[in-house]
Design a binder for this molecule. Structure first.
Ligand code: BJW
Ligand code: ZN
Length: 254
């Protein structure tokens, strides 16, 4: 189905040699994973984020917090990458063939970009697949298997917490350094399926623009970032990205 894209849009994608794509919960929505801030179906329609996504919440009620993350862990374990994940993975491969770069910076903790085949990925807010002991720091892969207790316990007796970044916690210094370098060097920046209200990610589009990159937003609705973007494409990320990548890099037969 044709979307909002013009031939100029396609040329802009085809000619970009260094792309930075920032993704948010909207990119996984088409895989059946709820976003955070949707008024009806969002994860926070029923919960106050401060009660769940802060270190204070974990200290206050570790059982409630780990049960909430565990239910999301089970949901994400069953989810499959959608057209948006697949299109971004294909775009990365097309650029790689030409000696160019696509860096995917995701705020999502579901690893669906990896499942789709993306390799150059920074997980800005961590991952739900690694749980860390709050006492000794030991990390363990936790995919779909059931936990024995809430919170799960480390051999040292400490409580395990999801390896995600909560409000008020620092992001990886290494990741921020890599992203800042990429924002200076990229020629195209995309903000996809994110409400653009959580920092530092919400500042990346303006930084890229200040460094002369073209900035594009893809979202089902306008956000606070829309007025800073060169183009704001309203629609589903899966449809728009599929068309963009298929038209920019048509598959050759034979
Ligand atoms: C579709 C679609 C479809 C749907 N197609 N689109 C500067 C100014 C003000 C405050 C701060 C600041 N710097 C730091 C702060 C404090 C704080 C912050 O940003 N607060 C703001 C809320 C005001 N930031 C932090 O604390 C960060 N830490 C930090 O900066 O450390 C240093 C520091 C500390 C303290 C003070 C100052 C500096 C850490 C932020 C960590 C965020 N963590 C969470 C939880 C992760 C674990 C979990 O998953 O539970 O990350 S919060 C939550 O929001 C989650 C998400 O990754 C993040 C962003 O959400 P996202 O992805 O945008 O989802 P939604 O639901 O909001 O939006 C979905 C969008 O998709 C919508 O727009 C839909 O329309 C769209 N959509 N379907 C296209 N099919
Ligand atoms: Zn431990």
């Amino acid at each position: 189905m044709a979307t909002v894209l013009t031939d100029d849009d396609i040329a802009m994608a085809r000619e970009a040699n260094f792309v930075v794509a920032l993704t948010g919960a909207g990119v996984s929505a088409e895989s059946g994973i709820p976003t955070f801030r949707d008024r009806e179906t969002g994860l926070w329609a029923k919960y106050d984020p401060v009660q769940l996504a802060t270190p204070e919440a974990f200290e206050r009620d570790p059982e409630l917090v780990t049960r909430w993350y565990d239910s999301r862990r089970i949901l994400c374990a069953a989810a499959k990458p959608n057209a948006a994940h697949l299109a971004l993975a294909r775009w990365e491969r097309e650029l790689e063939k030409r000696g160019h770069i696509l860096l995917l910076v995701t705020q999502n903790i579901d690893r669906l970009h990896h499942a789709a085949g993306s390799r150059n990925v920074i997980e800005l807010h961590g991952t739900l697949w690694v749980w860390r002991c709050a006492t000794c720091g030991e990390e363990r892969e936790e995919r779909g298997g059931a936990f024995e207790s809430f919170p799960p316990r480390c051999a040292c007796g400490g409580m395990r917490r999801p390896g995600v970044v909560w409000f008020g916690e620092s992001l990886s210094v290494d990741a921020i350094r890599r992203i800042e370098k990429a924002l200076k060097a990229c020629d195209l920046f995309l903000s996809i399926g994110t409400s653009g209200v959580v920092y530092p990610a919400a500042g990346f589009l303006r930084t890229a623009k200040d460094e002369c990159a073209r900035a594009i937003e893809i979202n089902r609705e306008p956000t606070p970032l829309s007025r800073h973007a060169d183009r704001s494409w309203i629609g589903n990320a899966g449809e728009i990205l599929t068309e963009l990548v298929e038209r920019a890099f048509p598959a050759t037969v034979g």
